[in-house]
Design a protein around this ligand. Structure first.
Ligand code: SAH
Length: 218
């Protein structure tokens, strides 16, 4: 069961989490404000109610996880979104990251390859009341050509390489943030699409994500 009540206790725990993220180097005030507002415990089973605001990942079913708050904050900060931008997220999972992006005033297009997670988000009432998020069931390696080009793309699963079809769906000057690597850890990368199909790649900290897999799971 999902909890539906946001109590003072939860708000207090969120405030502490935000202080922790800030002391760990997250400096974007808009990102911190979004995290302070979003009831992360709504995205988890009520069994996790007391620990939902610890800086850790949790199972969300189908062998998948909701990312660490630090990871969500880190990726969002690197993506440097501006209001009204079009953002593609690969790996909806719990949809927590999608809500963080929506709170920043962007149009979110989020895609998930696990049918059960996609369906469970459709039944999540609070989530369906949030504005600015469109949900898709499909393979993120293919992106969403119908809705391209995007200002920004965020991949929240470990990519074996920079997916070429996603680069093609970025605007010139657009950026993609993704963890790249096939081992236990991956390096966070930020790719900027330049003119003439050139890319510039900046490299950041190491993280550990679940793998980005091809095809759909029914
Ligand atoms: N953004 C999520 C993180 C979920 S973990 C959150 O905030 O909770 C990564 C998710 O990526 C998993 O749900 C997994 O099923 C999904 N995924 C992996 N490969 C994918 C692909 N090729 N296309 C779409 N989703 C994918």
């Amino acid at each position: 069961m999902r909890p539906t009540e946001d109590k003072h206790r939860h708000q207090g725990l969120r405030k502490k989490l935000v202080e922790q993220l800030s002391s760990n180097g997250i400096s974007n005030d808009l990102v911190l404000a979004a995290i302070a507002q979003i009831p992360r415990h709504f995205f988890l089973d009520s069994a996790f109610d007391d620990i939902a605001y610890e800086n850790r990942a949790f199972p969300i079913g189908e062998g998948q996880t909701i990312s660490h708050p630090y990871t969500v904050a880190y990726q969002t900060q690197l993506l440097d979104v501006k209001r009204f931008e079009k953002v593609l997220e690969v790996g909806t999972g719990s949809a927590y990251q999608a809500v963080v992006l929506a709170m920043l005033g962007v149009q979110v297009f989020t895609i998930e390859r696990q049918r059960k997670l996609y369906d469970s988000n459709k039944q999540f009432k609070w989530l369906q009341q949030q504005h600015g998020i469109k949900f898709f069931y499909g393979d993120g390696f293919e992106g969403l050509p119908t809705f391209a080009p995007f200002d920004k793309i965020l991949i929240t699963a470990a990519a074996p390489h920079i997916p070429p079809k996603l680069v093609a769906q970025l605007k010139i000057g657009g950026m993609m943030v993704l963890p790249v690597g096939e081992g236990g850890t991956q390096q966070m990368c930020r790719v900027t699409r330049k003119e003439n199909n050139e890319l510039s790649v900046e490299r950041f900290e190491e993280f550990s994500f679940v793998p980005m897999l091809t095809g759909k799971e029914s």
